[in-house]
Design a protein around this ligand. Sequence first.
Ligand code: F6P
Length: 345
Amino acid sequence: MESIKTIGILTGGSDSPATNAVIRAAFVKAKIYKYKVLGIKNGWDGLVNGNVIELKRDLVSGILSSGGTILGSARINPFKIENGVEMVKDNIRKFSIDSIVCVGGDETNIIMHRLCQYNIKGVGIPQTIDNDINLNDYSIGFDSAVEIATDAIDKLHTTASSHHRIMILEVMGREAGWIALYAGIAGGADLILIPEVPFDYDYVVNVIEKRRERGKDYSIIVVAEGAKPEEKNAHIEVKPGLNSIHQTQLGGIGNVIAREIEKRTGYETRVTVLGHLQRGGRPTAFDRILATRIGIKAVDLIHEGKFDYMVCNEGNLIKAEPMEKVLSDYKPMDLDLYEISRIFH
Ligand code: F6P
């Protein structure tokens, strides 16, 4: 058993609903172990610049249902800052932080994993709407994002049918199509385009025309921001793994597809880019429960002296997986589920 007195919680990278629910759960469990709990502000930036506060019960009270993160977030990588790692180590010493609960997606957790090699102790929590964390069924925030995107599809259905239009909904997810696939199925989209399966414009047009033949003069297409058209000899990008930090901003594929559909069919096509709405607002009950269970497990791991682990979930099981294993690749797409979606195309 490690002698832990003080833990620090940080939330980095892209925020999502239920991030606060993790902070609350980790805090409450840490207090049961009688730890002092520090809040590291704005992700890794807080440890580079010494922006750290003590968390008290009144600060975490009432945050379960709120969006965002009370600790703030930023995409700061100490490994990309001159003397960044030294600054982190100095602040860890200064604030007597024995271990870190690191909440975020791959970018944030890769930094935690690398810092573990410098004898900085920490555990990772998978929190990203993209749901692309390996060995992990659901990332915190994903379910809430799917709910928001599904609601958008429901709304687009009514206006699409009134105006006999093609409606394209572009959703987030980076190089992963999880939000598109789940929301597309839940919302009854007529076509779902995901990065993992490059699409063909002839197929897109064919789906629209087949619906017309069945008397449906409107269609809903859900496209993931990372989706790409298939080309002859198309180069399928190999996704970056451990040690890479993606900084590119995606978005715009919805408009590209809309132009092509209008050119090929003459049908009026409109695009909705859902954007950061997917990351805001109240978390679903599912995400709150998941965040609570994962936050508690992270503190339990620290208490057991298990560091450099991610708290993952599989089925109803909350489990610890080595960070090295989790972060060495992205989660493969569920192509069986994608095939299920295609029977509705
Ligand atoms: O990783 C989560 C995510 O919301 C992606 O789906 C999206 O591409 C990206 O973050 C947007 O990042 P930013 O908030 O920097 O615009």
